[in-house]
Design a protein around this ligand. Structure first.
Ligand SMILES: *Cc1c(COP(=O)(O)O)cnc(C)c1O
Length: 356
């Protein structure tokens, strides 16, 4: 590696975060959500640290097959089910549990030639109007599926649009109750926010994602600061150049920052082509040589600038943490007008990754 940027994946943090999920939902089994290449952490790198889980949930067949080929034998849930009926042969071969959210999938299951029944998750539209059957359609869908030889165990599944709010589940849970009326069914409803903050929605299987990676489902690090959750990814780099500014000097594209007096700044080998958000404004938190400071001016493709005023000892080669244990990804994301989810998923392929 020549360029000093690196993403470090912390296996111990992944293990600890899963243990915290278990404590939060002690009576539920856990689908660890590893979609989007384990939220940018790398599914092949991460799954063994999460192997205490009861199952993995994701949505790419390729990722499911990779898990099987690497030796994972326990359940895998396809969160969006199959996208075309010809995928059913692979679901059968790799023994994948599938969500069923639309009538065409029921017809496809009825017609498929399978070696053994597939377990299914029937999805209820809890009100967010993304995937799933409306509550009044659920019992008909359930009964159709129950009659199919191709269908094994059935679970009712829903997803929440607003689970970080204290009263965000009232209306969705009412709709799910309506859907489940008269059905004797296991349920899987809870994402990270509901797993942490709504024990009334835990039921049989929870489906946490973001908390496994040590970021907040609400976008506010303070909301999870006391849980013991640990960031699973550190993005770090180094200072590669120093500039000495005088009053009025501009910094970076568009001169979006101007010095008001003498000021020493550092140039960091990290830019938006590495996954750092280009929208992060002057003042976004960053740590240099163990000291919290701030970014200055626009983020470039390959570099960004930082204020060295609080850390006069810093120089070429000083360590920079863009996010991780000290600089919370939630805080960087908030400064840039987004959420930690997007930043971790957007880690660029050109960034070397080490696992410790
Ligand atoms: C992504 C996803 C989850 C996990 O959500 P987090 O907010 O990361 O915990 C759970 N269920 C479904 C259906 C999802 O798509």
């Amino acid at each position: 590696m020549s360029r000093p940027i690196v993403a470090t994946i912390h296996q111990q943090a992944l293990r600890q975060n899963l243990a915290i999920v278990r404590q939060a939902a002690p009576h539920s089994r856990v689908w660890s959500v590893v979609k989007a290449n384990a939220y940018g952490h790398g599914i092949a790198r991460c799954w063994q640290s999460l192997a205490e889980t009861d199952g993995f949930a994701l949505l790419n067949l390729e990722e499911a097959i990779l898990l099987r080929e690497q030796g994972w034998k326990k359940p895998i849930l396809l969160l969006e089910g199959f996208f075309h009926s010809d995928e059913l042969a692979l679901l059968d071969r790799y023994r994948l549990t599938t969500s069923v959210h639309s009538n065409w999938q029921i017809h496809a299951l009825a017609k498929a030639q399978l070696n053994a029944p597939l377990d299914i998750y029937l999805k209820v539209n809890s009100g967010m109007n993304r995937l799933g059957f409306r509550p009044e359609q659920v019992s008909a869908a359930w009964n159709k599926l129950r009659l199919l030889d191709n269908v094994g165990e059935m679970t009712l599944m829903a997803h929440f649009a607003d689970a970080e709010k204290p009263d965000g589940l009232i209306e969705p849970l009412r709709r799910i109750e309506q859907a489940a009326e008269g059905l004797d069914c296991p349920r899987s409803l809870s994402n990270s926010a509901a797993t942490l903050w709504h024990p009334e929605a835990h039921y049989d299987w929870v489906r946490p994602g973001i908390v496994l990676y040590g970021a907040s489902p609400s976008g506010q690090w303070q909301d999870i600061a006391s849980t013991g959750l640990k960031p699973a990814m550190t993005l770090s780099s180094e200072i590669i150049a120093i500039q000495q500014l005088s009053a009025g000097d501009g910094v970076g594209y568009g001169y979006r920052y101007h010095a008001t007096g003498e000021q020493r700044i550092g140039v960091v080998a990290c830019g938006y082509a590495d996954g750092y958000p280009r929208h992060a404004p002057t003042g976004t938190p960053v740590m240099v040589d163990g000291v919290m400071t701030r970014t200055l001016g626009a983020v470039s493709m390959d570099m960004l600038m930082v204020d060295l005023t609080p850390c006069p000892q810093a120089g070429i080669g000083s360590k920079v943490e863009l996010w991780g244990e000290q600089v919370k990804i939630d805080d960087v994301a908030r400064a840039a007008g987004t959420v930690g989810y997007e930043l971790m998923c957007a880690l660029a392929p050109r960034v070397p990754v080490e696992v410790i």
